[in-house]
Design a protein around this ligand. Sequence first.
Ligand code: NAD
Ligand code: UDX
Length: 480
Amino acid sequence: MVKICCIGAGYVGGPTMAVIALNCPSIEVVVVDISVTRISAWNSDQLPIYEPGLNEVVKQCKGRNLFFSTDIEKHVSEADIIFVSVNTPTKTRGLGAGKAADLTYWESAARMIADVSKSNKIVVEKSTVPVKTAEAIERILTHNSKGIKYQILSNPEFLAEGTAIQDLFKPDRVLIGGRETPDGLKAIQALKDVYAHWVPEDRIITTNLWSAELSKLAANAFLAQRISSVNAMSALCEATGADVSQVSHAVGKDSRIGPKFLNASVGFGGSCFQKDILNLVYICECNGLAEVANYWKQVIKVNDYQKNRFVNRVVSSMFNTVSGKKIGIMGFAFKKDTGDTRETPAIDVCKGLLGDKARLSIYDPQVTADQIQRDLTMNKFDWDHPIHLQPMSPTGVKQVSIAWDAYEASKDAHALCILTEWDEFKTLDYRRIFDNMQKPAFVFDGRNVVNVEMLRDIGFIVYSIGKPLDPWLKNMPAVA
Ligand code: NAD
Ligand code: UDX
């Protein structure tokens, strides 16, 4: 029986290994992690992450050929294939701080593999890493090899949260990079054989190591660039009376452009886009490619601009002050169908409103009160450094309360800000919400989920990203 061990039981390691285990009953898969709480959660009925369809997959194979354990060394030493899916956050200090990937967790995993291995291993980079990481890892492993042979493969993961299970079952492609030597090709084939249990052969692409590593950064940069492009257009739409949904529909009909990832929003979030672009920028700078670095940096600048623009719009619409006013925040996760808040635009928007002394009542169907309080008190980039994940002080942010539902969040509020596109926000009883709010009652829709005409008929003053402005807002000071 082939044995797989995955180091890192997070958003990628957990679902990816569950899908491998389900599709490959003849392979034993063990997911290990240094976090005892995470492993205990995987072993309980309350999984540590919310992902549609994940429970069902885990239920079918947990205890059969899928196991979760903190006994890292034992399972690493027994495995034939080791996936490394640890976090690779942005560095917060030292050389490259604020841009470069912090490979501390990766390096400690590699050193541990070198220490405990007694047989040949295929080591698979599942984490998103800078180009040439495989070479550095290879050096760590072979330097301590005691005659053991290691083959390093790059197998970046392209799943998106909220749709992880369907993405894993039907990937657009599986990418495997490896050395173009006889042993390298053998290792590539061994990993191909795993995926071939359910992925059609023509969707499994093989490349050299560096192309695979760079393709992951490039794919995320391209996706994020589309969102910043449409968000830049949304500002122009508001200034001109065009409607961004109509513009992106018309643009996306061009088969060379395509319709996906053209939804204007309050800004993109998530643990990957910003981190990976910053990493790309850093690699370009290190290679003397200043123009290329500046090109990609602009994608992040526009994203920051979009979040600021939203906050400015809220404040300027409400007579230039939100001080002491209750604002209902609808949604805190970085997108729907996940409880993940890493780099969610809601953090920047809430901090912006708190900076203007608003009182916030936040509702999200999947994010806990503790998580929200922690996010609003943490420094930039600290979220992905487990050492910083300390419990909150009991008071938290005093101007913030957490609501059980959208109706509680909106009661007596002056305004609502929709920051995550949860489906339930489309079908709320907005008449009831309007009746319980202060007047004038504002809705600022950062995800274009509400029916603007219907809400205006009820009496709301509505702002929707990139849509023709409400007559009320036209008379307010311009937002830059
Ligand atoms: P995560 O933080 O959810 O999980 C990482 C896990 O690794 C944590 O549970 C942590 O405790 C564990 N860990 C860290 N060092 C360890 C060590 N030395 N030994 C054992 N366990 C260790 O992160 P994630 O979202 O799963 O992302 C993992 C990687 O995959 C990152 O490089 C990320 O960029 C990439 N990625 C993420 C996504 C996504 O949607 N989240 C998608 C594609 C790629
Ligand atoms: C992304 C990539 O899509 C995935 O391939 C990679 O493996 C990890 O990073 P993820 O961050 O989980 O996945 O979600 P994604 O669907 O890409 O959304 C990222 C952010 O962009 C979210 O905040 C989302 O709301 C926003 N977004 C997405 C838009 O604002 N507009 C869009 O049209 C699409």
